[in-house]
Design a protein around this ligand. Structure first.
Ligand SMILES: *Cc1c(COP(=O)(O)O)cnc(C)c1O
Length: 343
């Protein structure tokens, strides 16, 4: 067993993934951008349209299962991929899912509230509740904890999946494994570009590739907070991760790189650079990105190239984290909804 496998074997884990996910070269974009560009297809993790949360959930569902939970509770944006994937994982392990939908993106049209991940979570049989605030992590966690207490009082065994800092970042373990999986596939690279939201993916991935001996820069593209706030969050998440794994953090603080040039106009909203990136990937490679995370991440790669943080000729890895159901919920927001009624 590798050192990483040994470290991870200390944690209960539920089998959810189809792995390894494919690593593919983007030939046409490589030529156009004068890069050696590769994409790790974590949109193809398998469960209910896939995405990065499947890796994270292997450890949360593992812990819930070990605790003999019959219900899992999770909070997120209305179009949360985590909630949808958690609902699928709960079904697979015979548990009820309770999803709390936070109002993080006000002013969206009706599709946002009915299509995409909302629709899929309903099919998956999840129970839902809503939280009127979008930027109140502590309040959202408290509302979920209150629901868990009600369930416990009714004789159920709930397990809450906490996303804010201050909890052991079990989900990041999934990307320690994911980073190691990629390292075994790709050997080496000059730079990696990954999304940075809760930080579980970015922090876990950085940890995983460093433990696998790769020293290349890993750029975290901000999808929710500015670069300074996100770096502080990553400091915390990666310190908690090292503590959880019982090892020293395998990199210095200066190796936490965050870039927020594609964040505007904010979480859950696609600006012109993000829309252009989404269409460019689709038109050149036939690969679909989502408007909230993966298209922003590709827009970040293009921005870093323009700024010279990534140079021509380099071998660059883009992590595709999925999120594709949101495309349908964002059809109008992306400008593909008007005037398309049947003739
Ligand atoms: C949640 C999500 C992210 C962000 O991952 P974190 O681990 O929260 O930083 C990126 N891409 C997609 C598609 C997601 O659903």
């Amino acid at each position: 067993m590798s050192r990483i496998d040994t470290l991870l074997s200390a944690f209960p884990r539920a089998k959810l993934l189809s792995q390894p996910t494919p690593l593919e070269r983007l030939d046409r974009l490589s030529e156009e951008l004068e890069l050696d560009l590769w994409i790790k297809r974590d949109d193809l993790t398998g469960l209910s349209f896939g995405g990065n949360k499947t890796r994270q959930l292997e450890f949360y569902i593992g812990a819930a299962h070990a605790a003999r939970a019959d219900t899992i509770l999770i909070t997120g944006a209305v179009q949360s991929n985590f909630a949808r994937t958690a609902a699928a994982a709960a079904s697979k392990y015979g548990m009820q899912a309770v999803l709390q939908r936070e109002e993080r993106v006000p002013g969206m049209d009706p599709l946002y509230y009915s299509s995409g991940n909302v629709f899929l979570s309903d099919i998956l049989g999840a129970e839902t509740m809503s939280y009127p605030e979008g930027e109140d992590e502590a309040g959202a966690d408290a509302a979920l904890a209150a629901r868990a207490a009600e369930l416990r009082a009714a004789g159920r065994t709930p397990y809450v999946i906490p996303l804010g800092p201050g909890h052991p970042p079990l989900g990041a373990l999934g990307y320690v494994q994911g980073g190691a999986e990629l390292a075994a596939q790709i050997g080496c690279f000059d730079a990696a570009v990954v999304p940075s939201g809760s930080g579980a993916t970015h922090g876990g991935f950085l940890n995983g590739v460093r433990l696998a001996g790769i020293t290349a820069p890993v750029f975290g593209i901000c999808v929710r907070r500015d670069a300074r706030q996100q770096k502080a969050r990553l400091e915390r998440v990666t310190a908690e991760l090292a503590r959880l794994m019982g090892i020293p953090r395998p990199f210095a603080g200066g190796e936490i790189l965050t870039w927020d040039g594609a964040l505007a106009p904010g979480y859950g909203r696609a600006g012109p650079a993000t829309r252009a990136a989404l269409q460019r990937m689709a038109a050149n490679e036939g690969i679909l990105l989502d408007p909230v995370y993966s298209a922003k991440t590709f827009a970040g790669l293009l921005g870093l190239l323009e700024e010279g943080a990534i140079s021509k000729g380099q071998k660059v890895l883009l992590l595709h984290t999925g999120g594709l159901p949101a495309l349908f919920a964002y059809q109008n927001a992306l400008g593909f909804g008007e005037g398309r009624a049947a003739p």
